[in-house]
Design a protein around this ligand. Structure first.
Ligand SMILES: Nc1nc2c([nH]c(=O)n2[C@H]2C[C@H](O)[C@@H](COP(=O)(O)OP(=O)(O)OP(=O)(O)O)O2)c(=O)[nH]1
Length: 137
């Protein structure tokens, strides 16, 4: 039997939590894979980076927010088989960040209560993450 070998892609993502217990989601822009779906900020872990450094970098690039690796707490992770790769995605929670979130890459952003996340279509990998956020917040 031929086994289905896919590369594992490491992506680090973060639930930014505001003082009202809402989390930030961003809509993937046109032209990217999974365009139109809502996701947690983050991106691929680049060579030489820790996943925490990736989150700090991506939050700054995508939203203009500043945070520190020490402000990230691991919550859970996604492990999901996409067509051409297997996604492994740690999800951090961050309540300490500086600045006002502004979409820097043409994406729409929203602050949403965890129990409303299902109103926003997310990538299939994200579905199992939602109950962890509902429990936490
Ligand atoms: N950031 C993020 N990516 C997610 C989530 N759920 C999910 O399946 N993904 C997938 C979509 C992509 O295949 C991958 C993230 O890659 P990306 O293309 O956004 O990463 P990147 O910002 O480094 O992209 P680029 O520079 O190559 O354009 O992870 C999520 O909640 N947040």
């Amino acid at each position: 039997m031929k086994t289905d070998v896919k590369p594992v892609l490491l992506v680090a993502a973060c639930a930014l939590v505001d003082p009202d217990g809402r989390v930030l989601i961003a809509q993937r822009p046109e032209g990217k894979p999974l365009a139109g779906l809502w996701e947690f900020p983050g991106g691929k872990v680049e060579p030489g980076e820790t996943p925490e450094q990736t989150v700090v970098r991506e939050i700054e690039e995508e939203l203009g927010l500043e945070t520190k690796t020490a402000c990230l707490a691991p919550l859970t992770f996604a492990s999901h088989a996409y067509e051409s790769f297997h996604l492994l995605m740690p999800l951090y929670v961050c309540r300490r960040f500086w600045g006002i979130a502004q979409p820097r890459e043409g994406q729409a952003i929203k602050w949403v209560r965890p129990n409303r996340l299902r109103d926003y279509p997310m990538p299939p990998a994200d579905d199992p993450l939602i109950p962890f956020l509902i429990d936490l917040l």
